[in-house]
Ligand binder design. Structure first.
Ligand code: ADP
Ligand code: MG
Length: 690
């Protein structure tokens, strides 16, 4: 009974056998609930149906009639043309299919059908190039209303097929479900009940009802999600950390005084926010946002030092070995004179070294441990872990991040990202108190000059690179890397490096760097590059995040149209980190409009937020970068950008609900909680909240 029906496998529905079930499964539809939550993206208005004679040339029309005759022809070029004469009551028109020989088997004389297609008029006849058709079963699908659902289709999923099984499922469902949203909320927000909403979203009587149903499901999804987050926040807020920092401190003060530059006002502000959190008894969960090159690293070092001067340890996790090593080297150099001991743990480290390193971590001899994901592996035990910093958090899997948080005794956590999540969204996802932003770059930075050069014009690119190197600067050349065949791409990168070293750049020192190189090889290449011994670094996107070599002033990105805006912006962020004018050359001959638009956007602005907005515009809200990787669940109907108002509403209601029933003990809360668990449990357990 009741909810169990929704949990049943789709095979349970009449007319769905194993074969159809397999097709549905490919689209991620396993249960009846999955099917009913596979919502139409729009509706087709059946009132648009009109006689062929009334259609205009070129119009997309919906027509209906009775099949009179079916004829198959072959064009001179071998195209199979199925031409079907249809009587719409007023006359005959012809429906045309190309290369779909099976159509003629499906269309029998006397059958009534509805077709959608483009109208072509000529010689007194009306022809319709069919885009979609279905049997007009009169009393069945159509009688449900004048609006027919149009579902997003994937491979093998057909409109007609979906409509008919959803219809069948809805019929079997009648009276078997229970409402799980609180009655009071539905009333307050004027939202329809579950079952009626299900009917209305699939087969609405009118647009208003369809819209109300849609609103309900959007709210439902966001409300459950916010509820899940509130529960988790509450849990986090109730924790107490074992080690707490004291205000003030000689180490941090002296470090800041001795920096080769002055911290910007925003860096100082953020440092204060972090200090305050570290001095509180509630574990910190703070997100630090700042565009590429904004100077987040130094802020994290100051926080780590604060832990150290309080007798605690700090950990810094970076997404790549190269970045981890860079942080390690930077800190060792900057902190050595304060007697702070920094360790480096990456996957590439030898067992013996690792064992002795881990011993010093456990004994507390190491004050700051820098590393990659290796940090969260078993066997890493801290003596007194006070602070965890996660750099470039969007590059980590959500699980990895969460794992680190659970280490030790509720340590403070600071996650850093260059992904510009819009503030309204960030607030909703991370909570009010937990975001810090560095909105300005350090002074004296010149915006990187960005050019777009067609693929054929490499000579020009190379001569620009030479010019920079002759002036003592350094260069990156980024080779394309397609995931499908990493090996071949790496060979191509290696070959390119070799060719360039032998010919074009024979007077220069060229190096090669890619992700599959051994750790020590990578390290030594990066060291050489940092010291300026390699002038031109041919590399893959391994350098994408975090790499900081201020003397590098030119980056050429080959096949730049293959990357998204976020990635291009990150790559460009590898230059322009010092006082020199820097250059970014996007080498590409884009084939798509979107590819061209991305390159254009890159040449027009160096502002990460502006690019993010452009990205949003180009790719649509659902694809917005950072969000996919941010560990958020995929929503079925809600869109965090489009539905931001509903998101705010859902958040308010969820917070109010938890305030009223903090233990979630009311029967209504129990029902909600079950629903939350079913939908968001795995996602929310791992969501890092700042
Ligand atoms: P990101 O925020 O991308 O991680 P980094 O922390 O790597 O940026 O900083 C980029 C560069 O800016 C580094 O070379 C760093 O030394 C420098 N930097 C950071 N803060 C300042 C500042 N206040 N003034 C001048 N340079 C700074
Ligand atoms: Mg960084």
């Amino acid at each position: 009974m009741d909810k169990d029906f929704l949990k049943k496998l789709v095979q349970y529905i009449r007319t769905v056998g194993p074969r159809r079930a397999a097709v549905l499964q490919r689209a991620g539809i396993f249960t009846v609930k999955d099917l009913l939550y596979y919502f139409p993206s729009r509706y087709e208005d059946r009132t648009r149906i009109k006689p062929a004679g009334a259609c205009a040339q070129g119009e997309m029309a919906v027509l209906r009639g009775t099949v009179m005759a079916v004829q198959e022809n072959r064009s001179r070029r071998g195209l199979i043309i199925t031409k079907v004469a249809i009587n719409d009551g007023l006359g005959i028109f012809y429906a045309i299919w190309f290369n779909q020989p099976f159509i003629k088997k499906n269309l029998l004389r006397g059958m009534r059908i509805i077709i959608t297609g483009k109208v072509k008029k000529g010689y007194g006849a009306v022809q319709v190039m069919v885009e979609e058709y279905e049997r007009d079963e009169g009393g069945d699908i159509l009688s449900a209303g004048r609006l027919a659902p149009v579902y997003p289709l994937t491979w093998q999923l057909k409109q007609r097929f979906l409509r008919s099984i959803v219809k069948a499922a809805l019929e079997e469902l009648k009276g078997q479900t229970k409402e799980f949203l609180p009655e009071r909320l539905l009333e307050k927000l004027h939202l329809p009940h579950f079952e009626s909403a299900l009917h209305s979203i699939h087969f609405p009587d009118n647009y208003e009802n369809a819209e109300r149903a849609r609103k309900r499901f959007i709210f439902e999804e966001l409300f459950l999600f916010q509820l899940a987050l509130s529960v988790r926040w509450k849990e986090l807020r109730n924790r107490e950390k074992l080690y707490r920092c004291l205000p003030g401190g000689k180490l941090t003060t002296s470090f800041i005084e001795n920096l080769p530059y002055k911290l910007t006002a925003e860096q100082i502000k953020v440092c204060k926010e972090i200090s305050r959190d570290m001095e509180s008894s509630v574990p910190m969960h703070r997100l630090l946002q700042g565009d590429v090159g904004a100077g987040k690293t130094v802020v994290s070092i100051i926080a780590l030092l604060k832990a150290v001067e309080n007798g605690l340890q700090g950990a810094l996790m970076a997404p790549t070995e190269i970045l981890a090593e860079q942080h390690y080297l930077g800190m060792r150099e900057a902190l050595g004179r304060y007697g702070v001991k920094v360790g480096l743990l990456t996957g590439g480290i030898r067992k013996k070294e690792k064992d002795s390193l881990l011993e010093t971590v456990t004994s507390g001899e190491v004050n700051i441990l820098v590393g990659t994901q290796a940090l969260i592996q078993e066997g890493v035990h801290f003596y007194r872990l006070g602070l965890v910093v996660v750099d470039e958090q969007h590059r980590f899997g959500v699980r990895q991040r969460a794992n680190l948080q659970h280490r030790g005794s509720c340590p403070d956590t600071l996650v850093m990202t260059a992904t510009p999540i819009p503030r309204t969204l960030a607030l909703t996802l991370y909570g009010e108190l937990d975001i810090s932003v560095i909105a300005q770059l350090p002074p004296g930075r010149l915006p990187v000059k960005t050019y777009h050069v067609p693929s054929g014009a490499l000579t020009r690119v190379y001569s620009m690179i030479k010019e920079q190197v002759r002036q003592g600067r350094q260069a990156f050349i980024v080779c394309p890397l397609v995931e499908e065949s990493e090996k071949i791409d790496l060979q191509a990168a290696a070959a390119l490096a070799e060719n360039l070293a032998a010919a074009e750049f024979k007077d220069f020192r060229v190096g090669l760097l890619h992700g599959r190189m051994r750790s020590d090889a990578k390290e030594s290449v990066m060291d050489c590059f940092r010291r300026g011994e390699i002038e031109i670094l041919v590399c893959t996107t391994v350098i994408e995040v975090g790499v900081d070599v201020p003397n590098a002033t030119i980056i050429a990105i080959l096949d730049a149209d293959r990357y998204g805006l976020a990635q291009l912006h990150q790559l460009r962020g590898r230059v322009g980190r010092g006082f020199y004018q820097s250059h970014c050359i996007l080498v590409a001959s884009p084939k798509t409009k979107e590819g061209r638009a991305r390159l254009k956007a890159m040449t027009l602005t160096t502002d990460g937020f502006a690019l993010a907005e452009e990205d949003l515009r180009l790719r649509g809200p659902g694809e917005f970068y950072g969000i996919r990787q941010s560990g958020l669940p995929e929503f079925r109907i809600a869109d965090l950008f489009r539905d931001w108002k509903a998101l705010q509403l859902a958040r308010e209601e969820a917070l109010a609900w938890v305030r009223e029933d903090p233990q979630l003990l009311k029967p209504e809360s129990r029902v909600l909680l079950a629903e939350v668990k079913a939908r968001f449990d795995s996602a929310v357990n791992y969501i890092d909240v700042g």
